[in-house]
Design a protein around this ligand. Sequence first.
Ligand SMILES: Nc1ncnc2c1ncn2[C@@H]1O[C@H](COP(=O)(O)OP(=O)(O)OP(=O)(O)O)[C@@H](O)[C@H]1O
Length: 643
Amino acid sequence: MPDQLHGGRHRPVILAVGFSRLKEVFRDIVPSYAADADIHIVDRGFDDALTAIREYEQSHGVDAVVAAGSNGAFLRRHLALPVILVTLTGFDVLRALVIARRQCRRIAIITHGETHPELLEFQQHFGLELEHFAYETAADAQRRVSDLAARGVRAIIGPGLVTDLAEQAGLNGVFVYSRASVEQALDSAIELSRIGRIEAARRERLDTILQQLDEGVVAVDMEERVQSFNPAMERLLGMAADKVLGRRLSQVAGQLGLRETLVNGVTELGGVQRIGTRTLVTNRIPIREQGVQTGAVMTLQDSATIQRVDRSLRSTNKPRQFAARYELDEIIGESRPTRDARALAAKYAATDTTVLILGESGTGKELLAQGIHNASARRGHAFVPLNCGAFPESLLESELFGFEEGAFTGSRRGGKPGLFESAHTGTIFLDEIGEMSLTLQTRLLRVLQEHEVIRLGATQPTPVDVRVIAATHRDLAAAVDAGTFRQDLFYRINILRLDVPPLRARIDDIHALAQTMLTRALERQGAGGSVEAIRDQMMPVFLAYEWPGNIRELENIIERLAIFAGEFDQGAMDPERLVRLVPELFEGETDRTSASTRPAGRSAETARIRRVLDLCGGNRTAACRQLGISRSTLWRRLSERSV
Ligand SMILES: Nc1ncnc2c1ncn2[C@@H]1O[C@H](COP(=O)(O)OP(=O)(O)OP(=O)(O)O)[C@@H](O)[C@H]1O
């Protein structure tokens, strides 16, 4: 940077404007500045000077102009460049008076702009015959000089214009500006150029940064006129900077005005505005220079960009790994209902809509939810399961929505994001949604409608982009009628429905499920044992059972049987032993704990007996052994059929 500012290429370029005497002083002085600046003398005045300066500025660039008197004042009014005036010092006047006094007694001073009352005092003290006038225009000066000449004044002190006029009138003209004053003006011009260059470099640097930013930036002055407008802003608003610069922001981009920020001076961060199809995040900030507001700046970001960054940030900061393991094609079963459920799930995965899975506990609802997530565009992002029935209301609330630091006694420092935030860009699986309290249903509905969560104790919402898959074993429509489930929430989640039948309604799946589960269980046990031996002996029993606990129950039973795999290998397992190992499979309908399964129980039990009997080729002894019942019980059950 110093190189640029002081090196040869960037020497200040200064135009010294003056004719007659001032020009001569410039000529004398300029060579001594050769090392510090390029000073060019412009030997013109007023309009001519203006034209010459503008031409020079166009072709070479100019940092500052030095001029004096009325000419200087004129240039200052008409140029955007800094114009430094050679100022009159008391010493200048003294020196000129001494020179003039040597020549004659009656002296006049004509200065530009204003008179100097101190001169009157000076004149009285020293008994000088001195008159003092001020002039504005060249014509003014001309009239004054003629008048003084007519009244016998012999010497006139003044700037170049005045001394020229005096000499033309045959008087003594004494040039008022000393060499020191002119040098002072040139020094100021050089310093001003240097500061200007530093400013320009700073502006350039800022400009380079603005050019590179992904964020749109627009800055306005106090009249809301656009001062800068970076390329990102051009892209975001589809407007070229040169069409916008200098115009009022509200006029070029209505909704994005900065008037309020200019009026109230308040910073507003994180506003959201829609422009066309885009959602933009806005920050409006007043610009203050040394405590005084001088404008305002707005930054704009495409919410899609923020979400991208946000996603990678959240995924790097993710405290827990919420991942979906299962794929849809890992869901075992070739029964019609299972194939239908898989196909429907694949269809739903292609959408981003809320899915409601209905089915008894243990039927594989979560598995389907994971499968849908993994087959959807959200694959690879979080899959967050939550069993709404497993928490008391207050805990469920903070689990779901998170809390701010200090939200309640003992709340964690820094607060905690809720599962909705953890599921951001992914899927949340709300199992047993029918168990949610009405209060939480209301909050959940808000999240689904607004796509934002408010942590407990927070005032600002956090936007979340989450797909919801809900599940329940309840009849939600009945719950709505009973007033325990909000109707509007029901409509909101009951868009894509997936019915998962209980295992007893898709008995055809049992074979494949048992086969896979047995293989895995035996592998896990690592103690050998033949899948076939267990399968062949157990299948008739499995097929005859009701499976109130569905696939989860099947899994558990297989896990247990695998422990005793060796006993199956040694030939037929003793029925009594089997009943002891897995009593639930052999319990009669009267022992069933679940009242809801009882009405179906008796006929199902009979059907089971018939199936086992069929499997055993009509051999009642074998069937009794499989079923773990006596021949008389078998007979009784079969005869009940006809009752
Ligand atoms: N079709 C299937 N193929 C393989 N395994 C399955 C299948 N269905 C369910 N399972 C297994 O059964 C168990 C229960 O499934 P899951 O947890 O998905 O049921 P759920 O309906 O969500 O139950 P709950 O409502 O009680 O949570 C899991 O261990 C799962 O791996």
